[in-house]
Design a protein around this ligand. Sequence first.
Ligand code: GTP
Ligand code: MG
Length: 301
Amino acid sequence: MGFFDKIKQGLAKTRAAFTEMLNDVFDNADAIDDDFFDELEETLVLADLGMDTVNKLMKELRRRVETRGLTTTEHVKFNLKLILNDMLNVGKPELDLSTSPAVVLVIGVNGVGKTTTIGKIATRLVNEGKKVMMVAGDTFRAAAADQLEIWAGRSGASIVRQHEGADPAAVVFDGIQSAKAKGVDVILIDTAGRLHNKQNLMNELNKISRVVERELPDAAKEVLLVLDGTTGQNGLIQAKQFKEIAGVTAVAITKLDGTAKGGIVIAVSDALKIPVKFVGVGEKADDLMPFVAKDFVDALI
Ligand SMILES: Nc1nc2c(ncn2[C@@H]2O[C@H](COP(=O)(O)OP(=O)(O)OP(=O)(O)O)[C@@H](O)[C@H]2O)c(=O)[nH]1
Ligand SMILES: [Mg+2]
């Protein structure tokens, strides 16, 4: 199944809620007038695009309708899709894995799907013929490394772990030495989301980043923030905080299969100007899709 069909399936709940309402708005419009714009705006807000993004979108759409003299719903719909596409195209859609090794630091609050997403990315990369290593930087509880180890086994990646309570930066140091010795292509670092406060989290992530920077100064590096799509606007707040403390370069949005709030993908890229590079649409190894903006918009509208 290609991205388009899979994302359509993954977005089934969002489509049921949003796409149908949107079609109603377009089908029942007598004219491109204030009533039409009001109804469209309401629908976009309900899809969890967020007020800021909706306001910006509506302003741009009205501007286009006026300056281009758009009179048919077809033309308006087409322009709506173009604007959404622009909002989603805020950077390179793929991870930068241009060096061997390349490093992907995976962060996010607990339960959003970090470990699962690492397992899925590893599966994808191993299938592409890459040598992948997972590093269990979540030392908060032993079960975290156990869960990662299961994904390592499933995907064919290697894993570096230490005992519960170990210093995550020390585990990362170990992992990097081992990766260099083994000629690993991609190092995927799992981290804990459950830290006592923002300061602790920031300190720990900074310490890990410093080790990576010192040991691999020339490596391609990504900081991948994982967000749970079912949390809607709350995810957007988390994203803003993580952007501030951790230099996020890419976003993965998980659990889109379980929510009608798929509009969060647009809200996050528009508000943060950081590209969404993956979307999760299920719990299995192949339920992670590299993000294709145009297909996403086509699936939505
Ligand atoms: N339906 C669905 N479930 C998902 C998806 N991604 C992850 N999950 C599930 O979400 C739950 C939490 O995933 P984890 O990968 O353990 O999340 P985490 O961020 O590592 O959590 P902590 O280690 O506790 O911080 C698991 O039950 C996963 O199977 C997805 O795209 N769709
Ligand atoms: Mg985890």
